[in-house]
Ligand binder design. Structure first.
Ligand code: MOS
Length: 736
């Protein structure tokens, strides 16, 4: 398999566990004596908690404790944690300050969820309100910070001002993308258990058990070894489960306070207020080109909203530095500080809103040039990374354009808008480029072959629901020479070997090399045992002359000569044979720029009388290096595309401008696409061999599927109607 560029469509190894309810999610862990915690939220955007009336709640049936800023235990490592400036302040009732509407200000713990919920409704609060900034026009503007220790956004090459002045054709537009909230299916939940006063076990819905353990160790002032974090099954994350939010810390403090395991599950409404969101962006793009369509200038600037005190920017200008061969480029970003909760990474952070602006602007340029929008992209293809000057580790974007256009029938597209009709419905075809960086981080794994002929492979990476269990099982089975069904993968536990954060679409690229190395080492040890064993039919053979298939070792010259792993281990009387693997990015990988690329071709049907835009066809072609599993990969890309369709047409987090309260806090008001909104999505992978990106040539998939989609939809709507909508989501009021 791992010598193929397209892996087989293996079914999810965790599928049966999930559909039969045996895969337990964080909230489904109920230990003996569990108590239930419910958060009380602030109802003002900015101020100080003056008084809280808790007596009634404390006397309500079943209540064990009511924590408020007054009696919440202090976190030992709050100062050290705050010094890690990339992390949002954990508003875990460490003081009386209210920084946003919806912030946790009290926690009620009771012997049942119902009793805790009721008691929480009895808590009343008096605030000293402070003036809140909720109007973007009045926000404090600052240069955008870098995130996670990275440089602040901004890139300059050439002379944009001169090139804009000299241009044959110029377009400019201001594009906005709304705040959006992740809304994974699984709620955020933590079950905190103090095994003894020094040891903590946490069942928590998060994207990285090691990541979470590390941050909690700082916050709590505890050694990492004394904290165990488990997240064996996760029902989606999209970025909102990457960092520790207040509820995680509060459940830990409460469990200590009541000396019982504490379960804290956020409601859907709380998830829409407390665990981050994609910030609103306002982006200006100016493009200039020669009469033949060659880009001569690109300026991409703008701002994203941010909370009062934290450090996060939606890095939307990143794509403009690298996506097209343009000699004169300037990008710059600012943040606009508001009295709101802190935004965070959301699927395709930066690239998703950034490609909306850039790829819409490219479409506007094509229209001004009277050229085919795909042709404009082709002639501005960047053969090397124009920002860093590096070669690409591999790039198959032109092939994505070609096959995508062919599968879609793009050649039949009339140039002029409003050219295609079906009755009173206008039809439009739009396209856009997709791109997302390929990353990886350190990982480790252990593979054990057991006497019963099965194998156990462990890596503390996380499967968000993406298929990581499945593809890592495939990698292990392949390297061990065993059937997928014989290999059991364990993940999502900080007692396992180091796993990466499930972020940046990098789990497979990070964990696969470690799993492969571990499995290959176990296999090598087994081969060595066999050839050195006088009783083995393979005794005396050279190692290289022994092959393994389906858990059976045999001579490459005579397949009938051999024995199974099980037979060998039984005779050797060994409990197991173990291999270990470590993997980390290598310096030579830095000599290349590595990105997954793709293209979306979308057909939209607009009823102008009703203002409705329905997506009727999507063709997405992707080149993302080696694809381990054709089925889970396709799901990842269609899921990414659906995320983009929501961004294009329906999703928008709205706050009450008077109070800062999120108004779209449930799935009735926050509209994610449903089945009826999504047509068949034709996902096609272009085979791509990448010898540089990492040992397996994997670029990662998921987020790249979302990038470009919103622009492709907006471009299709322009083609259908002649109306350019620069503000997402494209709801019907904008098309009437
Ligand atoms: Mo994702 S936004 O990289 O968790």
């Amino acid at each position: 398999m791992t010598n193929k560029l397209m892996g087989p469509p293996v079914d999810r190894v965790d599928g049966r566990l999930k559909v039969t309810g045996q895969a337990r999610y964080a909230a489904e862990h109920t230990l003996p004596n569990t108590a239930y915690a419910v958060i009380v939220q602030s109802t003002v955007a900015r101020g100080t908690v003056l008084r809280m009336q808790t007596a009634e709640a404390e006397q309500a049936p079943g209540v064990l404790a009511v924590l408020t800023p007054r009696n919440t235990p202090k976190l030992a490592g709050l100062q050290q944690y705050a010094a890690i400036s990339v992390l949002p302040r954990v508003t875990a009732m460490q003081d009386s300050e209210v920084l946003y509407n919806g912030q946790p200000i009290a926690l009620v713990v009771a012997d049942s969820l119902e009793r805790a919920t009721h008691a929480a409704s009895l808590v009343t609060t008096t605030y000293v309100e402070k003036p809140a900034t909720l109007d973007l026009k009045k926000a404090r503007i600052e240069p955008a910070p870098g995130i996670f220790g990275g440089p602040p956004p901004g890139h300059v090459r050439g002379d944009v001002a001169a090139a804009l002045k000299a241009a044959a054709v110029r377009v400019e537009g201001t594009y906005t993308t709304p705040a959006e909230t992740h809304n994974p299916m699984e709620p955020h939940a933590t079950v905190a258990v103090w095994d003894d006063p020094e040891h903590l076990t946490l069942y928590d819905a998060n994207q990285g058990v090691f990541f979470m353990r590390q941050f909690l160790s700082v916050l709590l002032g505890m050694p990492q070894e004394n904290i165990r974090v488990l997240a064996r099954y996760i029902g989606g994350g999209f970025g909102c489960k990457a960092l520790p939010w207040a509820h995680v810390v509060l459940s830990i403090l409460a469990a200590k306070h009541v000396n019982r395991p504490v379960k804290l599950v956020l409601t859907r409404r709380q998830m829409n207020m407390q665990v981050g969101y994609r910030p609103f962006t306002e982006q200006k793009v100016e493009l200039a080109a020669s009469a033949k369509g060659k880009l001569t200038a690109l300026r991409h600037t703008g701002q994203s909203e941010l909370s009062e005190e934290d450090s996060f920017a939606e890095l939307f200008t990143g794509v403009s530095g690298m996506l097209y061969a343009c000699p004169n480029v300037t990008t710059a970003q600012q943040v606009a500080r508001l009295s709101v909760s802190t935004p965070t990474f959301m699927r395709g952070p930066g690239e998703a809103p950034g490609t909306f602006a850039l790829e819409s602007a490219l479409d506007e340029l094509a229209h001004a040039l009277k050229m085919d929008p795909l042709e404009v992209r082709r002639i501005n293809h960047a053969d090397t990374d124009p920002e860093h000057g590096h070669p690409w580790s591999s790039k198959s974007l032109l092939e994505c354009y070609r096959t995508g256009a062919e599968r879609f029938g793009w050649a039949k597209r009339p140039l002029a808008p409003r050219s295609m009709k079906d009755g009173n419905v206008l039809i439009g075809w739009g396209m856009a480029t997709a791109t997302f960086p390929a990353m990886r981080s350190p990982a480790a794994a252990v593979a054990r072959v057991m006497p019963d002929g099965s194998a156990l492979v462990q890596c503390g990476a996380s499967d968000l629901g993406t298929g990581a269990y499945t593809v890592l099982t495939q990698v292990a089975a392949d390297a061990l020479g065993m059937a997928v069904g014989k290999v059991r993968m364990e993940m999502g536990d900080s007692l396992l070997p180091l796993g990466p954060l499930a972020g940046g679409s990098s789990t497979t690229a990070s964990a696969s090399p470690a799993v492969q190395t571990a499995a290959a080492e176990a296999r090598k040890k087994l081969v060595q045992l066999a050839v050195a064993d006088k009783q083995s039919p393979l005794s005396g053979l050279a190692e290289k002359d022994v092959l393994v298939e389906d858990g059976r070792l045999f001579s490459s010259k005579d397949k009938s000569k051999g024995e199974t792993y099980a037979q060998l281990l039984a005779r050797q009387n060994l409990p197991h044979v173990e291999g270990k693997g470590d993997a980390a990015p290598k310096p030579e990988e830095k000599k290349y720029s590595s990105h997954a690329f793709g293209a979306h071709f979308i057909e939209v049907r607009v009823d102008e009388a009703l203002g409705t835009a329905r997506i009727s066809r999507v063709v997405t072609t992707m080149a993302a290096g080696r694809i381990l599993n054709a089925k889970t990969a396709r799901s990842q890309i269609s899921g990414g595309v659906i995320f983009g369709l929501g961004m294009a047409l329906t999703e928008e987090t709205l706050r009450d401008p008077r109070s800062g309260r999120v108004m779209t806090a449930d799935l009735a008001d926050y509209h994610v696409p449903v089945q009826a909104d999504v047509p068949d999505i034709d996902v096609h992978f272009v085979e791509e061999k990448d010898p540089h990106v990492n040992p397996l040539g994997i670029k990662g998939i998921g987020e790249v599927g979302t990038t470009g989609v919103a622009a492709a939809v907006a471009n299709a709507i322009f083609h259908a109607t002649g109306k350019r909508v620069r503000d997402l989501p494209i709801t019907l009021d904008k098309l009437l």
